[in-house]
Design a binder for this molecule. Structure first.
Ligand code: SAM
Ligand code: SF4
Length: 331
């Protein structure tokens, strides 16, 4: 293993790789995917677990230390624990995390933890049964709540909950979500609604800036800035006095976090994406399938540093061509 770190053109060390293992999903959240789904990738286009592990080995050789598995919904891909085990075997990878909607988590959790999973982000936008289906377009609240309990019981640390806040849809639940952090070691992260092609109208109408979210939570009780859990994330954290957990805000629109960016993304079809918003990407799948060595793949990571942009220029109601359901920030 080579300890040389990846550093981009703006002096940011890149140590974090998000890996999308599938573009498919068992939900259709109104802010993320159209009801009829997307034009899914063909099976041959999707990287195998062995191919993903080879790319992770190359990433590790140039300094990547954290891998987050995401999607689409990663748990709809069969035997995900086999991939977790393969990544855990890569020298240099010391942190494996998962972003999931939680529907299939309870049954898969023991296998994932045994394979080496250490951290988890669960998405949940409402605590009300009637609303879950309105937002996710499929039922499932009970399964997600059970998944949160199971993740805490399994000792995953930290357990983070990602909640996309939308005016008129779930913004009256800000306080209820914040209450979850008082007695349990949960980090609830409120995410500003980002524009994607599928949701431009919704985004314009329902967007709430993080500042307003925090003000509304702090109406009854003061929130204190806190360090937050370890885990390389883009959130800023606050807590009620004496709380076991904390509240985070992720602010892709109102507050630019690009200067702290430490990450790149691998799409399910093997492209290395350099920024969440924008078209900067390089193909890893073709070289890999043509027999590229770990060193040759590592060289593609180094080359990618030359085209990683300094920042995104996303604005309210404007979608980027690259921003799709399977290239996200919430992890
Ligand atoms: N299916 C998994 C899940 O829902 O956690 C992983 C993929 S999902 C795309 C990752 C995160 O991105 C979720 O927390 C989701 O809420 C968030 N997300 C998706 N579309 C978004 C949007 N338009 N604005 C803000 N967050 C979004
Ligand atoms: Fe699926 Fe996650 Fe997108 Fe919801 S946010 S549709 S769960 S990929």
């Amino acid at each position: 293993m080579n300890a040389i770190s990846l550093v981009d053109g703006f002096n940011r060390p890149i140590t974090y790789l998000r890996v999308s293992v599938t573009d498919k999903c068992n939900l259709r959240c109104i802010y993320c995917m159209p009801e009829g789904g997307l034009p899914w990738l063909h099976r041959d286009e999707i990287l195998s677990y062995e191919e993903i592990a080879s790319i992770v080995a190359a990433a590790s050789s140039v300094g990547v230390r954290t891998i987050r598995l995401t999607g689409g919904e990663p748990l709809v891909r069969r035997n995900l624990s086999r991939l977790v085990a393969a990544i855990a075997d890569v020298p240099g990878i010391d942190d494996i995390a998962l972003s999931t909607n939680g529907l299939l988590l309870e049954e898969q959790l023991p296998g994932l933890v045994a394979a080496g999973l250490r951290r988890i982000n669960l998405s949940l936008d409402t605590l009300r049964d009637d609303r879950f289906e309105a937002i996710a377009r499929r039922p499932g609240l009970d399964a997600v709540l059970r998944a949160i309990d199971a993740a805490i019981a399994a000792g995953l640390t930290p357990v983070k909950i990602n909640c996309v806040v939308m005016r008129g849809k779930n913004d009256d639940e800000l306080a209820a979500f914040a209450e979850l952090t008082r007695s349990r070691p949960i980090y609830v992260r409120f995410i500003e609604l980002m524009p994607v092609h599928e949701n431009l109208g919704l985004q314009r109408d329902a967007y709430i800036a993080a500042g307003e979210m925090l003000e509304r939570i702090a109406v009854t009780e003061e929130l204190h800035p806190v360090t937050g859990p370890p885990g390389n994330g883009p959130a800023r954290y606050y807590a009620f006095a004496g709380a076991a957990g904390a509240i985070g805000v992720i602010t892709p629109l109102s507050h630019d976090y690009c200067e702290r960016c430490n990450r790149v993304r691998l799409t399910a079809d093997g492209r290395l994406r350099l920024c969440l918003f924008g078209d900067h990407s390089l193909d890893l799948r073709s070289p890999l399938r043509n027999g590229a060595s770990t060193e040759q793949l590592a060289e593609i990571f180094r080359t990618a540093m030359l085209i990683k942009p300094e920042r995104h220029h996303l604005r309210l109601g404007e979608a980027s061509s690259a921003m799709r359901a399977f290239s996200e920030i919430g992890g």
